[in-house]
Design a protein around this ligand. Structure first.
Ligand code: SAM
Length: 345
């Protein structure tokens, strides 16, 4: 492990190109694993520049593949780079990079969805939450099928200050399908405003830093790619448990074209729906005829705060799920229908 606090400027020695590495180690992309590689080192340098100043930083790269972004990170004078790659075929090529950057690159053959980064870097890097972000960064170009569930998991970690955020407000620079990047950063009223926008923006400052055209990848994906930078906020804009915020936001956006009272109503059992929804909206001071995408983070804050109070008053409320009630009603109706038929009615 590189010694913490040692300032270094470092450039990798001349190496085969990424294209040559792919040929040398027969690293053809596996379509089922949505592998799309970046071969242009100017683009990988740009992604890494957008992560901020990495001098002497500890960086966690997720899904390095043939190592394009990995090279750019190593050239940014980091103290240490830890990469986690699931596909074993990439390990020998990454080992070649490790040999070219002695003591700087740690390679883990594993899965980012289960890897515990909170134990991987020195304790001394930890910062108080309110301090400036620690010198720890996450960077990655993952398959879209992994990056979306992973960001939800990491947002929950931000809210609990654990996982990668045990070090403090660790910054992340990640790629997403362009539409997802737009949703993550969409402001109040915008067409792309969605559940992801609210969940990301109540916890982080989120920036869509640039778009990479699909043609820059090999093989070319069907969509363009957005690079998104996240910095956790010192104070979350909604101070309620993640699963409560998620429940309110999810209910609102399930009827995204209707007035917001429609989705909010589903937080309550049918028998009390009208009354409780009215109470929630009134106490939160939210206009029931706003559409979900017109709700700001402060609207969501008021809704979550009032819903929390209602849950504290009625301990069964949080566990209520309207889909279970629907299923139960359907079953009851079916039984009635079966009874009617058996009596020949
Ligand atoms: N970072 C490389 C680049 O930009 O050229 C590769 C990008 S490719 C879209 C995604 C990489 O993530 C692949 O190497 C794939 O094997 C790896 N990967 C996919 N799922 C993973 C997981 N759950 N954990 C670790 N790596 C994963």
């Amino acid at each position: 492990m590189a010694a913490s606090g040692t300032l270094s400027t470092f450039r990798l020695p001349p190496l085969p190109t990424i294209r040559e590495i792919i040929k040398l180690f027969r690293l053809q992309a596996v379509k089922q694993l949505s592998q799309n590689f970046l071969l242009d080192l100017r683009l990988t340098d740009k992604i890494v520049r957008k992560a901020g100043n990495l001098t002497n930083a500890y960086v966690y790269e997720v899904g390095p593949g043939p190592g394009g972004i990995t090279r750019s990170i190593l050239n940014a004078s980091v103290a240490e780079l830890l990469v986690v790659e699931k596909d074993i075929r990439f390990i020998p090529g990454l080992q070649m990079l490790s040999d070219a950057a002695p003591g700087k690159l740690r390679i883990v053959h594993g899965d980012v969805l289960t890897f515990k980064i909170e134990k991987a870097f020195p304790e001394s890097l930890k910062r108080q939450w309110e301090d400036d972000p620690p010198n720890v960064h996450i960077i990655g170009n993952l398959p879209f099928s992994v990056s979306t569930p992973l960001i939800i998991k990491w947002l929950e970690n931000v809210s609990q200050r654990d996982g990668p955020f045990a070090y403090g407000r660790t910054q992340m620079t990640l790629t997403f399908q362009k539409e997802v990047a737009e949703r993550l950063t969409a402001g109040t009223g915008s067409k792309q405003r969605s559940r992801l926008s609210v969940m990301a923006q109540y916890l982080c400052s989120v920036q869509h830093v640039f778009t990479i055209p699909g043609r820059a990848f090999v093989p070319k994906p069907e969509v363009d790619v957005g690079v998104v930078h996240f910095t956790p906020l010192t104070q979350p804009r909604i101070q309620q448990p993640f699963n409560l915020v998620e429940k309110v936001v999810q209910n609102v956006f399930q009827f995204r074209r209707k007035y917001c009272h429609r989705g909010l109503g589903m937080l309550f059992p049918e028998a009390q729906r009208l009354e409780s929804t009215g109470k929630l909206l009134e106490l939160a001071d939210v206009d029931p005829t706003l559409r979900p995408r017109q709700l700001s983070i402060s609207h969501f804050k008021s809704l979550c705060d009032v819903y929390r109070k209602m849950c504290d008053e009625d301990p069964n409320l949080f566990a209520y799920n309207f889909r279970d009630e629907l299923k139960k009603n359907k079953r009851k109706n079916q039984e009635k229908e079966d009874d009617r038929k058996s009596y020949g009615l």
